[in-house]
Design a protein around this ligand. Structure first.
Ligand code: AMP
Ligand code: MN
Ligand code: MN
Length: 356
């Protein structure tokens, strides 16, 4: 023991927001290295999957295949519809509808889900599986797995997935890299958000070195939408409302899209995911919000902040979750009623200025 001062040993508390410890990595590695040759592995990502959910899951699945895992399924709760921007992802052949997922896998691995509720009807697999492993980067993650690799400082779940693959000795190939690249670019807003650290760019460089084509990938994932969606966006953005008072005067901008809007323009719900990126540009508001109707009286709500408000607090208070500056929840009632509840939470969610 070094530095013997004669006083009692200081036990350092692990900060609640620290990443996985050595024991967590070792436990995860041991789960995967000790799989029997005929083990059935079920990979699940969160409901209404985004680029990080699908990309980290499929990239990791392709890595497991290289490791020799043969019986493997990838899935997510709800209708088995992959948003068009992600329909070119490698590994999609591993996807099965939730209704066909192994009822009692030997191992279940969850991706980008902060809590069990994000697994929808597949949540029972946490009990029926022989073992469970969680890979995620939400600070609010409830550590619902048997083994949890949760790094709130990671820009995307794909960062955690790549670290685990490296520890398992699985190198990157173009298929794995494309999946992880899509995950990394979607969650960092194409390397624009605060979480874009030097390590993120180092990872991007290693992914690109496999020969994947960033121009083609970005055009497919971010820059392509049907003409009907362009017109739908025009309508929905045209009805946006700007309110200067909420969030202690930092301002709120919001809009909504109904099922009828989608039907009139003959569009699928996934096209609405990109809407928040146009709304959050509004210079006069720190907080932006899009309500996407999912059923009569039910809305998938997206919240964003430019940095003055912790919108994950708002989302958590209203039954959802997310990150400090990007969060969401399911809202019930009319759009106006849901926004009223958001207004009611915003003042408390303003981030206090750092002490001088
Ligand atoms: P979105 O606005 O759908 O892009 O989601 C932004 C963030 O909020 C993501 O990190 C999601 O994980 C989280 N999120 C969105 N909707 C919900 C929900 N209903 N429950 C918990 N977290 C959510
Ligand atoms: Mn996600
Ligand atoms: Mn994510």
């Amino acid at each position: 023991m070094s530095g013997s001062s004669g006083t009692a040993a200081v036990v350092e508390a692990t900060p609640v927001d620290s990443g996985p410890g050595a024991g967590d990595w070792a436990a995860a590695e041991s789960l995967l290295r000790n799989l029997s040759p005929d083990a059935r592995v079920l990979l699940i990502c969160h409901v209404n999957p985004d680029g990080d959910a699908l990309g980290s899951m499929l990239g990791f699945a392709l890595g497991l295949r290289r490791l020799g895992v043969r019986a493997m399924q990838a899935t997510f709760p709800g209708p088995p519809e992959v948003p068009v921007p992600f329909q070119g992802l490698p590994g999609l052949e591993l996807l099965v509808p939730a209704t066909e997922a192994y009822p009692d896998p030997d191992l279940v691995i969850c991706f980008d889900a902060a809590s069990e509720s994000r697994l929808g009807e597949l949540v029972d697999r946490l009990d029926t599986a022989g073992a469970s492993l969680v890979l995620d980067h939400h600070a609010s993650n409830t550590r619902f797995g048997g083994v949890n690799l949760v790094d709130p400082h990671a820009a995307a779940t794909s960062v955690v997935a790549e670290q685990l693959l490296t520890r398992l000795g699985v190198g990157l190939d173009a298929g794995i890299a494309e999946c992880l690249y899509v995950a990394l670019t979607t969650d960092t807003g194409s390397f624009r958000f605060e979480a874009t650290t030097p390590a993120v760019h180092h990872l991007a460089a290693r992914l690109l070195a496999t020969g994947i084509r960033p121009g083609d990938i970005s055009r497919r994932v971010f820059d392509t939408r049907p003409f009907g969606a362009v017109r739908l966006f025009g309508e929905v953005l045209g009805r946006a409302r700007l309110e200067p008072a909420p969030a202690g005067g930092r301002g709120l901008v919001w809009t909504w899209a109904t099922l009828d809007d989608l039907a009139r323009h003959d569009q699928r719900p996934y096209v609405l995911e990109a809407l928040i990126d146009s709304v959050r540009c509004t210079a006069e508001a720190d907080v932006s919000c899009v309500l996407k109707q999912t059923a009569p009286g039910e809305w998938a709500v997206s919240l964003r902040s430019k940095g003055a408000v912790d919108v994950s607090r708002v989302a958590l208070a209203l039954g959802g979750g997310g990150h400090r500056f990007a969060a969401g929840f399911t809202g019930r009632g009319t759009a106006e009623e849901v926004v009223d509840r958001i207004r009611g939470q915003l003042d408390d969610a303003v981030i206090p200025p750092a002490a001088p």
